[in-house]
Ligand binder design. Sequence first.
Ligand SMILES: [Zn+2]
Length: 245
Amino acid sequence: MEQTVEQKLKALWAWQSIQTQIDKIRQVRGELPIEVADLEDEIAGLDTRIEKIRNELDELEDSIVKRKNMIKDSQTAIKKYEAQLNEVKNNREYDAISKEIEIQGLEIQVCEKRIREAEFEIKNKTESYEATLKNVDFSKAELNGKKEELENITSETQKEEDQLMKGVEEAEKNIEDRLLKVTNKLRRSFRNGLAVVSIERDSCSGCHNKIPPQLQSEIRQRKKIIICEHCGRILVDEEIANEEA
Ligand SMILES: [Zn+2]
């Protein structure tokens, strides 16, 4: 396959144009999978938090039941001691039993205080539990929206992308191997994936540096492949660029 430089430049431009279209499709899709993954992480974190608060609430409720039982036990003990008081034989016995009653009374007060504290904590934790539930609902709704968006974009663009990929393969048939290898390497070296660019307003449309008039006229002659002296991209003239567009 012996090509003129002009044919080579046109083939390169055609190839680059399709690659650019593919890049654009991938760019549109690009952020969404990351956003979906981030949301899934966030929801997993919130679910863990909800479970933790739920467990804490259960523990607090259990502790209240326990304290209430302790109060009942103390009340039973007090009744027993009060009955014994009626049958005391001496002052020492009376004092000892009175002391027990006093201790059980204190026990009850402590339990009541702990119950109030637990109830206060339950109130606070329930608020944060409900807020977290709301957050997770919100995030789940957002996630569903993003997933749907991603699916739509993927199904919409997949066909187009497949078509374009075929186009790239076709375009590559018109470029000799060595030139393709160099151009591909060049393309990968730029974040925007542009290896073949056109003259735009006397400048390289890849790096926006001015192209000297002499070089511009050489590019337009299409006698050899010329690269931008600033960024190293392959340059084509406006006419080639517009033919493809
Ligand atoms: Zn340049």
